[in-house]
Write a protein that binds this ligand. Structure first.
Ligand code: ADP
Ligand code: MG
Length: 689
């Protein structure tokens, strides 16, 4: 309180740079690094101090502003030390209690002083009382504020009144000129910037409280649009810069790609053909491709990656294919080898678990250009690995990799940037991908190969385990194979492992007539591969696994999956896991065993996974449940998300911002620069790679 008073007594406008270092540090915690950042620091909510309420007519639970005269102020010691101030207006008495107070407060609240207080009046021991209200001494007849009082997001030690003052000064000092030309702004039906921003910092008393609170009124829309526009502009600028760089143009030369397509035991789906055409077109340009290929689990992304890699080979260069786990990398290697070796292409595989001598040998072959396609884990981008002539980098399950790792692979080109194809089986809702992947081109495989039967999903309480085990036995007797997925224990990889080992022991005993195997992340690579091979070959019927099978494993004969403690898994994980079955022609099922009582979040997740099979729909629900920050995970970690716009509600604004961004960059680059510098001056960065 005394601190506020102190700051209030300071006067005169200071430019941001001249503020005390301690104050600047606090502001930095709020992401405020310059004057304009203060202008864009918008209120969380408002308090209405424009009208006074008589003490006697205040309703419990409603914050009110009252003005009263001090009758007495005393320190009391029961039930604990506190300052109690008795006040009075024409309508009645009010007791105000401060549990923490400064001696100076007792002095300033002397009998006869007039005080304006803001807070809730509750029935107390002596009558109506307020606890720790905001208050201010006033002169008799001092006018009431003529706008709502903003309440800003703040940080410890920075009072509302200090922030308000800084913001008011910034508003007075800054150039609030509209960044959009009037005709463009009117076409978009947006308010002028200055009007909108001033309105939000100081709305009139009759402002619509609910549209303000839900951030749907016209002033908020303008701010959200500007924020989205800045994001789109900065990402599209980045996109354009990259497109301006030079890369190897990979033109179709030999006939390898068409021979591969002809040799496949299946026909490409329409969606696969379409995305392959997108990619072909990109690769033929002398600029680096940066394309994200999205497709639900099982939609057939691998063959598209193989075609892209083959195109690089066809044009006389090398390609690298990186996967997040050894199981997946090895599986890719085998697929690539099976598809491409008959065409005379040399494919190798590189992983951290290989013996040093072997890795050296492969490294030498890559460097000498004897190998045309290198498949592997993150071992591929280690410093030691050098490519003779890398023209394309494919990154599978790209969300599993950090930005740094992907950048490192990009650096492997010889001076020129390699083309990049990123793949993801985590479908990203359109608005989210339009927003956070605006620096990439996006292709979507929105169709599954024919002949898949939808997976039947069942939710069963853990108490019905015995029935489930019987179901597993019956399925295996009919020639099917089963995944049994053990729960993820966040805090402890060791416990995680132990559960899997215990479950394996228990199931082996209960299903003594079947072959039950175990695979988990800690298994040595060779053993892991042997276990997977045996399962693929049908030699084992039940595979107990930790979530290592989440990504990419492809065993068409596996038609039943049991997931234990399904309530502990995230939605996209459940969807990915379930996608491991339903790959053959047989009717497949996924049994989600859960242990109650379920939290509300778990209940909702299980309902979504039970009701939906479409990955994009599940992704959308997931976004609604978790919000974009959680959802985007690795790519965005550390980078600021949108502050004002809400992608689940402001899709229309996002579309408009995207269109406007491209138009500005094309026709009015100086306006684009002005807008971006205004919004991003404080260092907000949507982009990390
Ligand atoms: P994902 O997109 O999850 O990586 P995969 O590339 O592993 O999917 O493909 C899943 C399975 O579907 C593989 O067995 C693959 O050979 C098969 N497949 C891919 N494309 C087709 C197609 N057009 N017709 C039939 N089967 C296909
Ligand atoms: Mg895959």
């Amino acid at each position: 309180m005394s601190r506020d008073a102190q700051l209030d007594s300071e006067s005169g406008a200071e430019a941001f740079a001249e503020l005390q270092p301690a104050l600047r540090k606090q502001l930095a915690k709020l992401g405020l690094h310059g004057d304009f950042d203060l202008v864009l620091h918008l209120p969380l909510r408002y308090e209405d101090e424009t009208v006074l309420t008589p003490i006697a007519s205040a309703q419990a639970g409603q914050p009110v502003s009252v003005e009263a005269e001090v009758i007495s102020t005393d320190v009391m010691y029961r039930p604990r030390r506190q300052l109690v101030c008795k006040l009075q207006d024409e309508s009645g008495l009010l007791y105000v209690r401060f549990l923490n107070f400064y001696p100076s407060q007792q002095k300033s609240l002397a009998p006869g002083k007039r005080v304006r207080l803001f807070g809730e009046i509750r029935p107390g021991f002596f009558g109506g009382e307020m606890v720790h209200p905001r208050y201010r001494l006033v002169r008799p007849g001092e006018p009431l504020p003529d706008s709502l009082t903003p309440v800003y997001p703040t940080t410890a030690g920075l009072s509302q009144s200090a922030l308000r003052k800084l913001i008011a000064q910034a508003l007075a000092r800054c150039d609030l000129r509209d960044s959009l030309p009037a005709d463009l702004r009117e076409g978009l039906q947006l308010l002028p910037f200055e009007l909108a921003v001033r309105y939000l910092h100081a709305p009139p008393p009759d402002a619509n409280a609910s549209t303000l609170e839900y951030r749907t009124d016209a002033a908020w829309r303008r701010m959200k649009f500007d924020e989205l526009l800045a994001q789109q502009l900065s990402m599209r600028m980045h996109y354009r810069n990259r497109r301006a760089q030079t890369a190897l143009a990979l033109k179709a030369s030999g006939r390898l790609c068409s021979r591969l397509i002809e040799s496949l035991p299946f026909r490409l789906t329409g969606a696969q053909q379409r995305v392959w055409m997108d990619i072909e077109k990109d690769l033929a340009l002398p600029h680096p491709m940066n394309r994200l290929l999205q497709g639900d689990v099982g939609s057939g992304k691998t063959i598209v990656a193989a075609l892209a890699a083959l195109r690089a080979v066809e044009a006389g260069h090398q390609a690298a294919v990186m996967a997040p786990t050894e199981i997946l990398a090895e599986q890719h290697f085998r697929k690539f080898d099976e598809w491409l070796s008959p065409l005379g292409v040399r494919v190798c595989w590189l992983s951290g678990s290989q013996k040093t001598a072997e890795r050296k040998r492969i490294g030498t072959a890559i460097k000498a250009g004897e190998v045309q396609i290198a498949v592997g884990t993150h071992a591929l981008f280690q410093d030691k690995v050098e490519f003779a002539d890398l023209a394309l980098a494919v990154v599978d399950e790209q969300h599993r990799f950090g930005v740094k790792q992907r950048l490192a692979l990009q650096q492997k080109g010889q001076g020129l940037q390699p083309h990049q194809l990123m793949m993801s089986a985590t479908p990203i809702p359109r608005t989210l991908s339009m927003s956070y992947y605006a620096d990439l081109d996006v292709s979507v495989i929105d169709e599954l190969p024919p002949g898949r039967t939808p997976v039947l999903t069942k939710l069963l309480a853990d108490t019905r385990r015995a029935e489930v085990i019987k179901g597993v036995r019956d399925a295996c007797k009919n020639g099917a194979q089963v995944y049994w997925v053990c729960p993820l224990i966040e805090e402890s990889e060791v416990l995680d492992l132990q559960t899997a080992i215990d479950t394996h022991a228990a199931l082996s005993a209960e299903l003594a007539d079947l072959k039950v195997a175990l695979v988990h992340g800690r298994l040595p690579q060779a053993e892991k591969a042997a276990v997977m091979d045996a399962f693929k070959a049908g030699e084992t019927q039940v595979l107990v696994a930790t979530t290592v099978i989440e990504v990419g494993v492809d065993v068409p004969n596996a038609s039943l999956m049991v997931i234990e403690h399904a309530e502990r898994f995230g939605l996209s994980q459940l969807h990915q896991l379930r996608g491991r079955v339903g790959r053959g022609a047989a009717q497949s099922a996924c049994i989600l065993l859960y242990q109650g009582p379920l939290s509300e979040g778990a209940r909702q997740r299980l309902r979504v996974i039970y009701e939906h099979t479409d990955g994009f729909r599940i992704a959308h629900e997931d976004l609604l449940l978790r919000g974009p920050g959680e959802y985007l995970g690795a790519r965005q970690s550390g980078a600021p998300l949108l502050r004002f716009a809400d992608l689940t509600q402001d899709g229309d604004l996002l579309e408009a911002a995207r269109e406007t961004a491209d138009r500005l960059l094309e026709k009015m680059p100086e306006i684009a620069n002005f807008h971006v510098s205004r919004w991003l001056a404080g260092g907000a960065q949507w982009l990390r790679a």
